[in-house]
Design a protein around this ligand. Sequence first.
Ligand SMILES: Cc1cc2nc3c(=O)[nH]c(=O)nc-3n(C[C@H](O)[C@H](O)[C@H](O)COP(=O)(O)OP(=O)(O)OC[C@H]3O[C@@H](n4cnc5c(N)ncnc54)[C@H](O)[C@@H]3O)c2cc1C
Length: 367
Amino acid sequence: MTNHKFPQTIAIAGAGLLGRLLAWQLQRAGINITLFEAGSFTPDAPQSLRAAAFTAAGMVAPLSEAVVSDEGVYRMGIFALQQWPTWIAQLPANETPLFFNNGSLVVAHQQDTSELEQFERELGFILPGCKGYQHVNQHEIHQLEPDLHSNFHSGIFLREEGHVNNREFLRLIGDELLKLGTTIREFTSVEALPGKIVTDSSEEHFDLVIDCRGLGAKKQLRNLRGVRGETLHVETKEIHLRRPVRLMHPRYQLYVVPKPNNRFIIGATQIESEDRTPVTLQSSLELSSALYTLSPAFAEARIIEMDTNLRPAFMDNLPKVTIVDGLITANGLFRHGYLLAPAVVENVLAHIFKKTDPVFSALLNHH
Ligand SMILES: Cc1cc2nc3c(=O)[nH]c(=O)nc-3n(C[C@H](O)[C@H](O)[C@H](O)COP(=O)(O)OP(=O)(O)OC[C@H]3O[C@@H](n4cnc5c(N)ncnc54)[C@H](O)[C@@H]3O)c2cc1C
């Protein structure tokens, strides 16, 4: 039952990661939600515009991401490791698991050991005293991931990491929204303004509007930019991995994330460009050769998809929640969407339900 102090009607612009999660939690709380999406509401429908959430590998990697950001991102990421299983428990049982918390493994070839050492030094500097990771030797690497190439002599096992079966999660949460009676307006590009949603031909009023358009909000949000990322998807029964594996390299850091049905995502390039055109030959060579060096057994893998998308990022690459009367804007999740969405969603919900001490307020809020 909704308390009358709270908004009765909420419009959410953008049915990507944040839009779906917020719509779901708010609709469950009994609020009437209208969700506007510029592309298709079915995330895997072929379309020119689709959420970065669909392209993402779905890693929830507080330690690896702390190294490229800060301790605040780590704290929000640790929160995410608890929140994902809680959310998934709210969904109907699913045949394939939606969340894995087997940690992740970072390795480097012998000539690149200094990259691994630097990564470990940075972890120690940003998170002094953190017990969530440990150095592993050749034997321990083999025990963790027997199918990896046997020439990796040292690595780092990051216990405090997990990953989401993200495409399946996005599909399921979409089904839930339909069951719960959320009004969905797909193929409707909108502008999100305080208390109203504006399309080319109409204007609709709501108690509250939440802008979750990711890079689609670029015209309204100063300093928002897109950062190009490319991925390969392969399928093979020749190799099994239990957890994401990152390969440290002087020029790039690439990862392979195991997905159900013998599939793997290899990602991701990070290029300062808003070009959404297909994967370049150079990127596909870098991604596939990194994969091959992780295990020659990948040689026979079939490439089933190549994907490109843009990560929505502010200049400091950190997320922001902005609150004005009638409008909440949540954006800038950059390469940490699955890692930071739980903190951002909890923060927005705390504002809507007027909790006195919104979670991670100091890290996220910009009034
Ligand atoms: C290659 C790649 C790999 C990644 N891997 C990871 C990872 O492993 N772990 C991780 O934590 N994060 C990862 N990310 C980042 C993550 O995908 C993003 O941070 C996250 O999806 C951002 O969520 P969002 O809801 O803000 O935006 P999005 O997920 O992009 O959703 C925005 C939605 O708004 C819609 N929209 C846009 N404009 C309008 C409009 N005018 N009107 C209506 N709707 C509109 C879009 O169509 C889209 O559906 C990765 C990203 C990329 C590109």
